[in-house]
Design a binder for this molecule. Sequence first.
Ligand SMILES: [Cu+2]
Length: 348
Amino acid sequence: MIFMISCSDYHSYYKNMNICNAGRVMALLGLLALFGMGQAVAAEREYWVAAEKVTWNYAPSGKNLIKPDDGLGVWGKTLTYPKYRYFGYKDGRYKERLVQPEWAGILGPQLRAEVGDTLKVHFLNKTDRPLSMHPHGVFYDKKSEGADAASAGAGIGAAVPPGKSFTYTWVVDEASGPGPTDPSSIVWLYHSHVMEEEEANLGLVGTIIVTRQGMARSARDPSPNDVDQEFTTLFMIFNEENGEESGMKHTINGRIFGNLKGYDTSIGKRVRWHVVALGNETDNHTVHWHAQTVLDHGRRTDVVEVLPASMTSVDMIPRSAGNWLLHCHVDDHMMAGMSTRWNVAPGK
Ligand SMILES: [Cu+2]
């Protein structure tokens, strides 16, 4: 059984269901609830994503919020640059943007699915160069690969021209979902893949979170029911000035020197961190949380190692209240601003 869900808000969720009328929908949902099947029903989840040119500020405060006396150093010479970003919209009119949590920074919209679902991702290229959306992990055919335009069977989705759109169909099958030793949800990157060596650096990157079948909170909300909060964190050095140090922005979700905000949680919450990285040979990062350990596939640690296109998901239950550092433990990267704070409030 398949029904469609617009992943924008409650109202369009009902509006976009691919069933004749609201009465039938309600009756169906009632039946599903009655039989406890609501969490295992395959859904078609629709997203509307546009690529747009923006001006991005790596440190909106204009300050080094980690060590104020040190200032921003050479990396503060220029803080704003033209970037390209993916934005999520509520529907195909591309008028109303989905609201992102502050901690998401430069990341594109968070796509979500439960194993068994299908993602329909409508991509509109509002920029001046051909772009795509290439997903990791999920099942697709050549038309929905979002890459490798010169290969047999590739269509417009491999390089969507400026002003054009394409709908990717990504099937979230068993092999897209958490493996036996994974937690109940895992993370996959998506990024543009026309001139892939340039486009992630332009800012065209986001993630897909896939929840194990039967572990979704509800038919409407595919996020896992055994965690309270999920954060995504991208460790990536953006190269803005052809390798000049002042343009090497050592970021967490596109912000430097403590300017990424919103990683707020509290004691005792079940928190999952989806840790990803992209970039170049210098993007070898050791993601370190102060005051807390994580469970990394059965291994207890407080440092998670990543390389370009690494994707991993680790769990924590914060045990110490405070305003704590989250930073890369590579010395040069730390010095260059790859650092922010996460906040643990007392009590649940
Ligand atoms: Cu690093």
